[in-house]
Design a protein around this ligand. Structure first.
Ligand SMILES: Cc1cc2nc3c(=O)[nH]c(=O)nc-3n(C[C@H](O)[C@H](O)[C@H](O)COP(=O)(O)OP(=O)(O)OC[C@H]3O[C@@H](n4cnc5c(N)ncnc54)[C@H](O)[C@@H]3O)c2cc1C
Length: 320
């Protein structure tokens, strides 16, 4: 079901953004990238400002690394393809993630064993109140699992203008996660390189994730919860098949999708709101469900997981 914004404008540079903000005055603003991680539950009574800052530039290089700056409005997968075509390594496992470059540090996008923080160098961001551009380093951004300072302390304060990535001249292949190795075998790959890894990721993602252009969805609706090892072992006593992946910090990451599935939601549909049949973590809109209906379904799922496993899931999607 459609929702509307009171006002909409797009900007293609920091100067255009500054000019726009002076006319917007004190109205609420929502910065829009590709819109692939936002659930709109009502009309937006303010300004939606679409970031269209473009450009990809190799700004420096040394023996091992290439420093590549990309405008926030560049499509993420196009940036990945651009890098792969030039044999610049580091982002191949992040192929086909929807959305734009500017949102990639917001939740430290990640897939198939790689997170954007591993190739992140710095970013430029416009502070909405100070009206100044600041340069933030990897330490400033405080990246965590699907998390950064932009989702916490600096929430709603900055507009990311561009991101500089530190890509690798010599690739470090990461094929151990998910079904990459199996897919490479199916593809008959003999010589590993970043192109074939990217293609394997694309094949896997296309086979199990709904295309948002065809079926409305925002990817994983919930984050994978992280719990202490002792809590994990006690849960495992009750649910012997419970999958868990130990992090470097000793915590154990649980598969939220598995828990949602165990609660019987996989493939569930009420009206046009549903839980995807191939990936229980993805809530889908089959056509005319409202944002509120999707959120109501999410709430029911949260409650059932809490009841069965005693685990409070957290939303990954940005609800507006
Ligand atoms: C099918 C599918 C699969 C997905 N798979 C993955 C995955 O594997 N891994 C993963 O991490 N994510 C995944 N996602 C989520 C999504 O792709 C990412 O969160 C992506 O980074 C969102 O980019 P976007 O440009 O669409 O952001 P939007 O949805 O437009 O915005 C997301 C948030 O960031 C803010 N924002 C956007 N741009 C800027 C900016 N320039 N400055 C300041 N704030 C900004 C918005 O206000 C909003 O709060 C998936 C989504 C879908 C639909």
């Amino acid at each position: 079901m459609d929702v509307a914004a009171r006002n909409f404008a797009a900007f293609s540079s920091a100067d255009e953004l500054a000019e726009l903000l002076s006319s917007v005055a004190r109205a609420p603003t929502l910065i829009l990238g590709g819109g692939s991680n936002i659930l709109l539950t009502k009309n937006y009574d303010g300004w939606v400002l679409k970031n269209n800052i473009k450009g990809i530039e190799l700004i420096k290089e040394n023996e091992h690394h290439l420093y590549v700056r990309a405008g926030a409005g560049e499509n993420w997968h196009q940036f990945v393809s651009y890098s792969i075509q030039r044999n610049w390594a580091g982002v191949e496992n992040l192929s086909l993630i929807p959305g734009n470059v500017g949102a990639s540090p917001m939740q430290n996008i990640g897939a198939y064993g790689v997170e954007v923080k591993e190739v992140f160098d710095e970013l430029d961001a416009f502070h909405l109140k100070d009206k100044k551009v600041y340069r933030l380093s990897v330490n400033d951004c405080k990246f965590g699992y699907r998390d950064s300072i932009f989702k916490n302390k600096y929430k709603g304060q900055f507009v990311i203008l561009n991101v500089t990535f530190r890509l690798n001249k010599i690739p470090r292949f990461n094929t151990s996660y998910g079904a990459i190795e199996e897919e490479l075998e199916n593809m008959g790959v003999k010589n590993l390189n970043i192109k074939v890894i990217s293609q394997a990721v694309i094949n896997i993602r296309s086979s199990k994730l709904p295309d948002p252009a065809k079926i409305g969805n925002a990817g994983s609706y919930f984050k994978n919860p992280q719990i202490s090892k002792s809590k994990f072992l006690s849960l495992k006593g009750k649910f012997p098949e419970l999958p868990g992946f130990e992090n470097a910090d000793g915590k154990v990451k649980l598969a939220a999708g598995w828990m949602v599935e165990q609660c019987g939601w996989k493939g569930f549909r009420k009206g046009d709101a549903g839980c995807h049949g191939k990936q229980a973590l993805v809530l889908v809109n089959y056509g005319n469900a409202s944002g509120r209906e999707i959120e109501e379904l999410a709430e029911k799922i949260l409650q059932s997981v809490k009841q069965k496993f005693g685990i409070q899931l957290e939303r990954e999607v940005n609800i507006v």
